[in-house]
Design a protein around this ligand. Structure first.
Ligand code: HEC
Ligand code: HEC
Length: 207
C-alpha cells in the first residue's frame, strides 16, 4: 500500500513520454542507466544476447519494463531455485531505485524494436492463426500488441527462443502467467506454431 503513490507517480513518468518529448536531462539519465547497467547483456541496440538468455527488450513499452523490473525486485519473477536467467536479471533489478527504473524504461521504449526475429518461420501453418486467436488473442490482442490497462505485454518484439522459454517457465511454475493458465494443454508442436505466428507479426501493430 505504501508503494502505491510512488508507483502512480512513476507510471505518470511512463505516460509523459507519450505526450511530450522527454527533456534532455531525463534522456541522459535513462541512457546512462542503460549504458552502465544493462548494455553488457542487452547490447546498446537492446537486441539482447541469446547465448546469455538475455532477450531483446528494444521498443518494449515503459510500463511493461517497469512492471517486470518490480516483479524481479519483489521476487515475483526469478524466484524459482532452478531459474538461472531469472536470478541473473533479478540481481540487476534489485540494484535499481524507482527513479532509475522509470527513466531506463523510457530509454528502452525509444529503441527500435526487433524485426526479422523468426527463425521458426517454417512452423507457421494453417492452424497457427486460429490457435493464437483461440488461446491468446483475448488478452494479448489481435496484433499481439498487448493491453496496457490489464498489464498484458505486447509479444511482437520478442525473439522466438525467448517466447518459448517464457512459456516453458509458465508451464513449469518458474513464472506466473495468469490464474488458471491452460497453456499446459498445448503440445510442443502447437506452441511452436503459435510462437512462429506471433513472430511473423510486425513489431509495431498497424495504426
Ligand atoms: C547479466 C546480464 C543482464 C543484465 C546486465 C541485465 N539483464 Fe535484463 N535480462 C537478462 C536475462 C538473462 C533476462 C531473461 C530473464 C528470464 O528469462 O526470465 C532478462 C530480462 C529482462 C527483462 C524482461 C523482458 C520481458 O519482456 O519481460 C527486462 C525488462 C530487462 N531484462 C531489463 C533490463 C534492464 C532495464 C537492465 C539494466 C538496468 C538489465 N535488464 C540488465 C540479463 C541481464
Ligand atoms: C488471461 C489473459 C492471458 C492469456 C489468455 C494469455 N496471456 Fe500471455 N500474458 C498475460 C499476462 C497478464 C502476462 C504478463 C505476466 C507477467 O507480468 O509476468 C503475459 C505474459 C506472456 C508472456 C511473457 C512476455 C514477456 O515479455 O516476458 C508470453 C511469452 C505470453 N504471455 C504468451 C502467451 C501465449 C502464447 C498465449 C496463448 C497460448 C497467452 N500468452 C495467453 C495474459 C494472458
Amino acid at each position: 500500500m505504501r508503494l502505491f503513490p510512488i508507483i502512480s507517480i512513476l507510471s505518470l513518468l511512463c505516460v509523459s513520454s507519450l505526450i511530450g518529448a522527454p527533456s534532455s536531462s531525463s534522456e541522459d539519465l535513462g541512457f546512462a542507466v542503460f549504458r552502465d547497467r544493462c548494455m553488457a547483456c542487452h547490447l546498446q541496440s537492446g537486441m539482447g544476447i541469446k547465448e546469455m538468455n538475455a532477450p531483446s527488450i528494444a521498443g518494449l513499452p515503459c510500463w511493461h519494463v517497469s512492471d517486470q523490473l518490480r516483479k524481479f525486485r519483489r521476487d515475483q519473477r526469478g524466484f524459482h531455485a532452478d531459474d538461472a536467467p531469472g536470478h541473473l536479471m533479478q540481481a540487476k533489478a534489485i540494484a535499481l531505485d524507482e527513479k532509475s527504473i522509470a527513466f531506463v524504461g523510457r530509454h528502452i521504449e525509444s529503441l527500435t524494436p526487433n524485426e526479422g526475429r523468426n527463425t521458426l518461420a517454417e512452423k507457421v501453418s494453417k492452424t497457427s492463426n486460429s490457435l493464437y486467436r483461440k488461446q491468446c488473442q483475448d488478452c494479448h490482442g489481435e496484433h499481439g500488441e498487448g493491453d496496457r490497462p490489464n498489464r498484458v505485454p505486447p509479444l511482437t518484439s520478442q525473439q522466438d527462443w525467448y517466447l518459448l522459454k517464457q512459456i516453458e517457465n509458465f508451464q513449469t511454475g518458474k513464472r506466473i502467467h495468469f490464474e488458471n493458465d491452460s497453456s499446459n494443454e498445448l503440445d510442443e508442436e502447437q506452441l511452436q506454431s503459435i510462437v512462429a505466428w506471433i513472430c511473423s507479426l510486425p513489431a509495431r501493430p498497424p495504426e
